[in-house]
Design a protein around this ligand. Structure first.
Ligand code: COI
Length: 355
């Protein structure tokens, strides 16, 4: 049953003109939370079947102090976006891929999970209900954050008896405070993001708090984010706290292979396909940190980040610099990706869902 705290979904009454856009300073969006009107909640039965999903006003939720997510970190999150086109339509980009990834994570963390159809349907509902929070074209996107959590109470270490799937949304602009300026990354060789046999390959919420310390340290020294190395050899590239990493050398574009420690980003996968279509040779492989020295370009990908060029990487006290121009491979790939996402380039791949 829905929490008593949740008011039922009813379109708000507004004065004419207010319907199209929420009262937001669209020119100054960053990646701060600005909750859109509605969230979506769906709970599982004890048999792990999800049903009765519904929209309600955004607000706090009831959660048992002994919920699995609070005590043992049994939780996953996703990120996807809605885009407003020049002619006012609303588009989603590959939300089925987020649904499939959530299912992989749920299997890894012994959680029940909504079906792909339930997930995609809920994302559509959230985007539509919050349409007026979707920025005008060119100003940003509506970031949609699905969560799956062990919400049932548990004391001993075991899977929670019940699960809650929840989605909320917020308009966003650029992820990094640098805006569209290229990033300065710091290669971390003390802390690691992920270990072999761990859960780095899925979007477990527990992958993110442990990067806060190295990330905060790097930010306080003026870097944009941290690039992690593998924890076994301490020499191969893995990913950045919030996104995947790519290197470009000539016509070859490489990214670390998704071997269990690397998050299988939806943007990562899409960029690999776009780059291959554009004639680049794409490689998913082991990338020793030394290859950064000879790379022509380095860039990051992620739903929040989109495609971000890198202008410097600092490793063991040495700073490697990269030239970034409007003709850079990363800029070209980014403009194709964003063109598809915003409806400016025809989607020949079945990636876009118009709602
Ligand atoms: C995303 O790109 O959607 C993510 O989940 C990364 C997060 C740190 C904002």
């Amino acid at each position: 049953a829905a929490s008593s705290l949740q008011a039922e979904y009813k379109p708000l009454t507004r004065s004419p003109g207010e319907d199209e856009y929420a009262d937001v300073d669209w020119d100054n969006l960053g990646f701060g939370l600005m909750p859109a009107d509605y969230m979506y909640t769906m709970r599982s039965t004890k048999d792990g079947v999800f049903e009765g999903g519904q929209l309600s006003r955004y607000g706090n939720i009831d959660l048992s102090p002994s919920a699995g997510v609070l005590n043992y970190g049994q939780g996953l999150y996703e990120g996807t976006k809605a885009y407003r086109t020049e002619d006012g339509r609303l588009l989603l980009f590959r939300p089925d891929q987020n649904a499939i990834r959530m299912k992989m994570g749920a299997d890894r963390l012994c959680m029940s999970c909504p079906t792909v159809e339930q997930f995609v349907d809920a994302v559509k509902q959230i985007a539509l209900a919050n349409k007026r929070w979707t920025p005008p074209p060119g100003k940003g996107t509506l970031y949609i954050r699905p969560l799956l959590m062990g919400s049932g109470p548990i004391l001993g270490l075991a899977p929670a008896p019940e699960y809650t799937f929840l989605i909320y949304a917020s308009p966003v602009g650029n992820y990094f405070k640098e805006g569209l300026k290229p990033l300065n990354l710091y290669v971390e060789d003390e802390y690691h993001r992920s270990t072999c046999g761990g859960a780095g390959g899925v979007k477990a919420i527990t992958n993110y708090a442990p990067v806060l310390q190295p990330m905060s340290r790097a930010k306080s020294r003026g870097f944009s984010d941290v690039l992690y190395l593998d924890s076994v050899n301490k020499k191969n590239l893995e990913e950045v706290s919030s996104c995947n990493i790519f290197i470009v050398k000539g016509n070859v574009i490489s990214t670390p292979a998704a071997v269990g420690t690397i998050l299988q980003g939806v943007t990562r996968k899409s960029i690999l396909e776009i780059a291959s279509d554009q004639g680049y040779q794409v490689n998913e492989r082991t990338i020793p940190v030394e290859e950064l020295v000879d790379a022509d370009e380095v860039f990051c990908t992620g739903t929040a980040v989109t495609v971000a060029s890198v202008c410097s990487i600092t490793y063991q006290g040495k700073r490697i610099e990269y030239k970034v121009s409007d003709q850079s491979v990363s800029r070209e790939l980014c403009s194709t990706l964003m063109g598809i996402q915003t409806g400016l380039i025809e989607d020949k791949k079945g990636w876009i869902i118009e709602i």
